[in-house]
Design a protein around this ligand. Sequence first.
Ligand code: SF4
Ligand SMILES: [Zn+2]
Ligand SMILES: [Zn+2]
Length: 303
Amino acid sequence: MKCTKCNEKAVYQGLGQNFCKNHFLNYFENKVFRTIKRYDLFDQNDNVCVATSGGKDSLAVLYMTMLYGKKYDIKFFALAIDEGIAGYRDNTLDDLRTFCEKYNIELHIVSFKERFGDTLDNIRDKAQNKKPCTVCGILRRTALNRAARELQATKLATGHNLDDESQSYMMNLFLGNMSHNAALGPITGLNLNDKFIPRVKPLYFMLEKETKLFALLKNFKVSFHECPNINQSFRAVVRDELNMIESKLPGAKNGIVNAFLEILPMLKQYYKNNRPFKICIKCGDPSANDICNACKLEEELIR
Ligand code: SF4
Ligand SMILES: [Zn+2]
Ligand SMILES: [Zn+2]
């Protein structure tokens, strides 16, 4: 297989074109830069907090934010959440520390233990009726938002890619949670309220396998192990089904996300009018209900 552009040996077969190493890296970086510009993900006055774990997606988004930040003079730093998942998160955090030292990137790490009083491993053992990913997702989102706010970030960049977005959209459809889809998209949380740091997704149009290849070709020191809890999640079911469909219908994930983006403005408008955000009476964070999900979990499981 040869590169469509230069006839060198191809390392990646995309939709309708093949890429050698150099052309693949150009393709990846140009596409991420285009996404940032098209959706105004960053601007010159931003202080971007990159949510990162040391996994391939988060190192790729951190690296791309660094490239963009250096080119356009935008401030950024890295923030990691240590959920307390023994034998997994400790390894990815080691990779992250090495990466940040190499590129001289400011890194902050906050843990579930210090923020919520316990590790995810312990909380999971206490909460047999709750899936670990549900608990983890709620507490991590809250910890990220609070820590980014304390560090005076104006944007929170995450490593979500096209696979994540198509999975989230389909999961919300299966679960009948259409209002949650209104909170997806390349940029979320603008004008919501000043306690919520807007979230941006520079890798929005990149496939998972493209991000993985990018991390490999860039020689990022990264472990490709998955969290031990992943297979208990509904996401893993949807992920496997979508991968199967994509293998039979290349471009299917793109199709899902592009169709979603067509209806996203209407969804946002509808839910803005019908489900205004509240403020949690316990912690003051933005919430859909009087008490936010993180405070409910803390009450139920931790305190
Ligand atoms: S797989 Fe689940 S438990 Fe593991 S880090 Fe992701 S959300 Fe948390
Ligand atoms: Zn080439
Ligand atoms: Zn709360």
